[in-house]
Design a protein around this ligand. Structure first.
Ligand code: MTE
Ligand code: MO
Length: 433
């Protein structure tokens, strides 16, 4: 099974019954309230009821791997706010589009995509990253050594899960049913991956990187890795990739890879290893877990929706496609006025955004939005415009970004078996009363 759909997920109750503190850490990345260790202690129904603020009459029917929506919605993940939680094991949570309105995504609004369990200890003390493989001089560096031996840089970088938008696939694709919000653009501080690789001396035989993190496989088997992906050496040497130790000027959130992670912007989020412990330079295309089969791979040619695709036809996803998001207003808004400010962000993998256009008549006419330059390469670009509505009634506002390569967002989804790369236009509903 490529993506673990056969994996047995343990329910909250079982998890808390065994070890409340470990359960806290699994669920929240740390003990959320140190004075109340085992937040939902014993998965006691009483504790869970207290947490949601009411009795749970049908608790026996609660599916395993579930966390009550009431908790998910009310910021039950400490340090996160308003995220929609899809699973607790592994933790996967996305941000509703209207909560991504900030130019720089706040830590509490950055999505979480975990394939395994969060490391028990995410403190920077004693943390090291190893660089080895096809290098002249293997390195093992502490976070202090990274900071003192390399130039420290800060950049706003767009990070999007390859499966963002999967929820809209028809026929459906298995995996997290992300809608719009498995994307963020926080400000990351760290050292350039390229500088560290150069210090190790990349050999001519180098082809690809292999990234390793400290998170555990869900089976609990210490020999197994939840995910280990990499990028071609040319991409790895791009000066915009960071080995990051801070997010928006603060410690990285434990769920987002504290204390050290890669940020390889513009490519599927899975290239950006969290809890980074090792970068291996390889003389072959990396073959770690989730590099092969249908993981983060798509057919190399167009396929019809629902078509069976032989494994040999799959290619590794590289740059993410051109895309935009409407972050204000929230879909479903009812307004009294006839004009409305509409705004959002747009990004395009390794490219820049050249234009964003908006329509309120199902694509018959388009208005050009005001578009800002990116804060730096690989930062999403903010756009805004004013939309007018001729009469009262139901409207949809759609946004369409175009890259500097002249590539625009399609209306329809380019279907593929695992539900990757959905960059179809974002639509919101507006009622004019
Ligand atoms: N070690 C480790 N790194 C990882 C993952 C993971 O499960 N383990 N998930 C990857 C995936 S699929 C994505 S989309 C991004 C998500 O980063 P975020 O959780 O900080 O938003 O992290 C990537 N890095
Ligand atoms: Mo991802």
């Amino acid at each position: 099974m490529p993506d673990g759909s056969s994996r047995k997920e343990r329910g909250l109750f079982e998890l808390y019954a065994q070890d409340p503190e470990a359960a806290d850490r699994r669920l929240f990345g740390r003990v959320p309230f140190p004075d109340r260790r085992g937040f939902l202690r014993g998965a006691g129904l009483a504790a869970l009821s207290a947490a949601v603020g009411a009795a749970i009459p049908f608790h026996r029917n609660m599916p395993s791997g579930f966390i009550p929506l009431a908790l998910a919605d009310t910021g039950a993940i400490p340090g996160k706010d308003g995220l929609i939680v899809y699973n607790d094991r592994p933790m996967n949570a996305e941000t509703p589009a209207h909560l991504l309105d900030d130019r720089i995504t706040p830590i509490e609004r950055h999505f979480i995509r975990n394939n395994g369990s969060v490391p028990e200890d995410t403190s920077p003390d004693g943390w090291t990253v190893t660089v080895d493989g096809e290098v002249d001089k293997p390195l093992e560096l502490s976070i202090d050594e990274l900071k003192s031996q390399f130039e420290v840089v800060t950049a706003q970088l767009t990070l999007e899960c390859g499966g963002n938008g999967r929820a809209f696939f028809d026929p459906p694709a298995s995996g997290n049913q992300w809608t719009y919000g498995a994307v963020g653009a926080s400000e990351w501080t760290g050292v350039r991956l390229a500088d560290v690789l150069k210090a190790a001396g990349v050999k001519d035989s180098a082809v690809y990187t292999g990234h390793y993190g400290a998170d555990g496989h869900l089976s609990g088997d210490p020999e197994k890795l939840p995910i280990s992906r990499g990028v071609p050496i040319e991409k790895a040497m791009d000066p915009n990739n960071l080995i990051a130790f801070a997010m928006n000027g603060q410690d990285i959130h434990p769920m987002n890879g504290a204390p050290l992670r890669l940020v390889i912007p513009g490519w599927p989020g899975s290239c950006s290893q969290k809890w980074l412990t090792r970068v291996q330079v390889r003389d072959v295309v990396h073959d770690g877990p989730k590099m092969g089969g249908s993981s983060y791979r798509v057919p190399g040619h167009p396929v019809a929706a629902g078509e069976e695709v032989p494994e040999d036809d799959f290619v590794i996803i590289e740059a993410m496609p051109v895309k935009s998001l409407i972050t204000s207003p929230e879909t479903g808004l009812e307004i009294g006025e006839r004009t409305l400010e509409v705004r959002g962000h747009a990004w395009a993998g390794d490219d820049r955004i050249a234009a964003v256009q908006v329509t309120n008549d199902f694509g018959a006419t388009w208005i050009e939005a005001e578009l800002e330059d990116p804060a730096n390469p690989y930062a999403w670009q903010h756009w805004r415009t004013e939309v007018s509505f001729p009469t009262t009634g139901y409207y949809e506002v759609w946004a369409r970004a175009t890259s500097d390569k002249g590539v625009s967002q399609p209306f329809a989804i380019a279907w593929n078996p695992k539900g990757y790369l959905n960059n179809s236009m974002h639509r919101i509903a507006v009622r004019v009363a």
